[in-house]
Write a protein that binds this ligand. Sequence first.
Ligand code: NAD
Length: 344
Amino acid sequence: MDMIVGGPGAFIGGVYRIAACLDGEIELVCGAFSSDARQSLEMGAKLGLSADRIYGSYKEMIEHEHETGEMDFVVIVTPNHVHYEPAILALLAGFDVILDKPMCHSLEQARHLSRTVDETGRTLCLTHAYTGYPMVKQPRQMILRFDIGLVRKVYVEYQQGWLSHDNVNSKQTQWRLDPKQSGPSGCLGDIGVHAFNLAEYVTGLQITHVCTDLRSVIDGRQLDDDVSVLLRFNNGASGVLMASQICAGEENSLKIRVYGDEGSIAMHNARIPAGHPESYIEAFANIYRNFARTVRAKKNDEECSSNELGDFSGVKEGVRGMTFIETCVANSRKDNEKWTALKE
Ligand SMILES: NC(=O)c1ccc[n+]([C@@H]2O[C@H](COP(=O)([O-])OP(=O)(O)OC[C@H]3O[C@@H](n4cnc5c(N)ncnc54)[C@H](O)[C@@H]3O)[C@@H](O)[C@H]2O)c1
């Protein structure tokens, strides 16, 4: 694989480098690690890559690696405004792609990415981290087997507190609070879309309608930092999604409860440092391994276990995520429309 990003001070890129290599199936062979060519070279050298495979920009890297044909897939871990273009370039150059959420800036871009995946026949994985946890896969299997009967009610929440004040200024906040870089939403696209994806993944259902309240609690913020959404599911179940970054005292508090007509399932995790749920690295490792095995099976026409084949979010989930974000943003601006349908 190659990496676009993960340079000095980057948050999630370093986590991915460990997760990707955990099973010994994936090797980092090249990269463009920063928008600054000098920093990219420094980082690549630190990672032990040979100088001719460290690039000053992702365009240069995709072009050159396309010519040599020595790299299989591209990992894109840049701020949200640098997702769409490198993903399209990589797919068109014949590479499979691992891309971070939210998939891009608009539903229009998401649909274009989806068409490009279809047209090129490549595989795209979206790193919805929480679908990688055994603790998430097990309730999904139980619900799909009707162990709790028919799903009636879902509560899902993701609370953080790191944006509780207006004085936070880090590499991570600078782009997240800027609509040009972050996209049409703040908290909704950053963590609300994880909760949305988790609710659909765990239940195997689809959310069809939303009724949304997006708020910017801290004065002067251009994007939402606090989100409440009422949900309706395609089997008639109802739900509540809460996501917030102004819950002082919370680190990464992710919870889901699903009530069926014969039983219920509740999950909450938060013990390792910085409040991330346990097995954070292993969850990503599961996503990277399932992606690598799917790509390899496709490439070599090999068998792949049905538990691993395609068990990661893809471009379909990316389109659904962007549909959710755009519909919630539009719904929250309407005073005379309670429920808005999710239309892809
Ligand atoms: N899946 C998850 O659980 C999860 C968790 C955290 C972040 N994310 C996503 O990961 C992405 C990055 O978030 P982060 O918190 O790590 O951000 P970050 O600001 O810590 O890191 C982003 C890095 O991208 C680099 N960069 C910017 N433009 C570039 C370019 N043109 N070429 C190469 N590098 C470039 C920056 O220099 C920086 O090092 C975001 O889309 C975010 O939503 C996902």
